[in-house]
Design a protein around this ligand. Structure first.
Ligand SMILES: Cc1cc2nc3c(=O)[nH]c(=O)nc-3n(C[C@H](O)[C@H](O)[C@H](O)COP(=O)(O)O)c2cc1C
Length: 212
């Protein structure tokens, strides 16, 4: 199954981060258990991701919607956006690997989501509210590293905006069948061996349903 692995770590070449270790664990389990999987890797911090600002996307979409021609840098950014959205739709499995930063997603992942959450591409508006268009056996999985623990049903749990936001966008807005999470959590308070042993067994269980 075609899988798009989106790396959202600003220091994505550093193999010592927990995010890199989660990615390595994912690649290892895939090669052992689902060798037919085709993985495309997108390193967000090594890519041009158009931003939702006046200069970049607003002008471009305005012109595009008014059927005005695009030239130069505007055309270049429009084509980058078109490639990002078609790459996203062409993979029925989306895996995001990221560190939690300030209880949220890294900023370049937000830029990426701004390029993906586009009406008539991944969802549409109806008189009864929006409807997801990504309903043909699409699934998402978040591989997340965090300093604290978010599964104890305490004050930290409701501060976990990153997974809440992504789950809502993938399932409720775009219509994915599921959006799940594998955590390397408590990296600031527990040993690396404990953190990664928990992540490994969670990964094993979650991949069983992810590739069903
Ligand atoms: C700028 C910054 C902000 C962070 N914010 C949080 C946070 O809000 N919650 C948390 O649990 N950990 C936070 N951390 C800790 C990281 O999530 C933790 O170190 C994690 O292991 C990072 O993943 P990495 O090892 O892949 O870089 C933050 C770290 C940095 C550098």
């Amino acid at each position: 199954m075609k899988t798009l692995l989106i790396n959202a770590h600003p220091d994505y070449t550093n193999k010592k981060t927990y995010s890199a270790k989660l990615q390595e664990l994912f690649n290892h389990q895939i090669s052992e258990r689902f060798p037919e999987t085709e993985i495309t890797t997108l390193n967000l911090y090594d890519s041009i991701i158009p931003k939702l600002d006046t200069e970049q996307l607003f002008n471009i979409w305005g012109k595009h919607n008014n059927q005005q021609s695009l030239e130069g840098d505007e055309l270049k950014l429009f084509n980058i956006w078109k490639n990002l959205i078609s790459q996203f739709k062409n993979h029925q499995r989306i895996v995001i690997v990221m560190p939690m930063h300030n209880f949220n997603i890294p900023s370049k992942l937000k830029d990426y989501m701004d390029n993906i959450l586009i009406a008539r591409e991944t969802f549409k508006y109806t008189s009864d509210g929006s409807v997801g268009l990504m309903t043909d056996n699409y699934k998402g999985l978040l591989l997340q590293a965090s300093g604290s623990v978010y599964t104890n049903n305490d004050r930290y749990t409701k501060l976990e905006f990153s997974n809440q936001y992504l789950t809502a966008m993938f399932e409720d807005i775009m219509g994915f069948d599921s959006f799940d999470i594998v955590r390397a959590q408590g990296t600031a308070i527990d040993s690396e061996s404990n953190v990664m042993a928990n992540a490994k067994s969670e990964m094993y269980d979650k991949l069983t349903t992810f590739y069903k």
